[in-house]
Design a protein around this ligand. Sequence first.
Ligand SMILES: [Zn+2]
Ligand SMILES: [Zn+2]
Length: 355
Amino acid sequence: MTSVTEKTYEMMWDCEYCGKKKLLGKTHRHCPNCGAPQNPDKRYFPPENEKVAVEDHEYVGRDVLCPACQVASSRAAQCCGNCGSPLTGGKDARVQQEQVVGPGGAPAQPGQPGAAPAQYGGAPYPAGYPAAGPAAPGAQAAAGAKAPAGSKAKVGILAAIVALLVFCGVGFVCVNYLWTEEGTLSVTGHTWKRAVAVERYDDVRDKSPCSSMPSGARNVQRTKGEPVCTTRKIDQGDGTFKERRECKDAVEQCEYTVLKWAVARSETATGNSVDDQPRWPEVRLGPTGNCVGCEREGSRTETYTVLLVNTKSKKEDRCELSDQTKWASFKKGASYKGQVSVMLGGVRCDSLKAK
Ligand SMILES: [Zn+2]
Ligand SMILES: [Zn+2]
């Protein structure tokens, strides 16, 4: 289930003549301080705590720019509120890029994928006013980016920290792996381990989304998660913006008791010499079949370890192999050349060669 709520708020604008800030896009068509007409290019989304709601807003379309003086008027008007010219043929006021907050939509920055392209109505500067700062196409994008500047900085710092950690972590692993010197290692022994998992059909506490709960689940505990919400701020081009909040209902999680096969224990066989032939452990199962408490064999694992000592540093080392034949080919007492990490001293097992 998805629920959608919509609310309309005033855009804000700053008067570029007298410097008055945070004027309301719909209410203040002219600067209350100096009387300059509002430049729709300079509208921006207000900070969260300064939003002014517009009740029962009737949307009649984007503002129209007067063909004579370029001042914006409501789409409902016939003549320019500034110079009185007919508005027929006037272009649409341009709108700011949509802002998306929530999953899959970190604050959208201009030019980033995912951000809606700025719609440019080709609005030049209002005529009849000193050209204090003609709105260059780039200036609009800058104005649009003004609102999320704080969160942008935080995201930047976070990204830098993450990058540093990743660089150090990966860098250390890389240096450790790449910065090696040739060393000589002597084989001191062998060990092997073979294991067979034993699975039992029995009650297990398990969890999954309630919708995919297996049949026969008992003692069910339901947990309602948090809904997942996305908020879009859409500039309507008439001095207002629409805030559209979409919330997806949280997926209900269930924890329950259910009969299923699960690893109950593991039978192992071990040895410490090549002469001690690796073998699978004897597996003693309980009752077999499909009863409660019945047992069956699960997965098998085998590990073959060559014990080594670095002849120079006398440091003990080991190589775990999955190939039994290769493991047995290492002769006890024989020496091998290999790449040894300068920082940690461990040998790279795939580099071992008979001397
Ligand atoms: Zn002003
Ligand atoms: Zn006009």
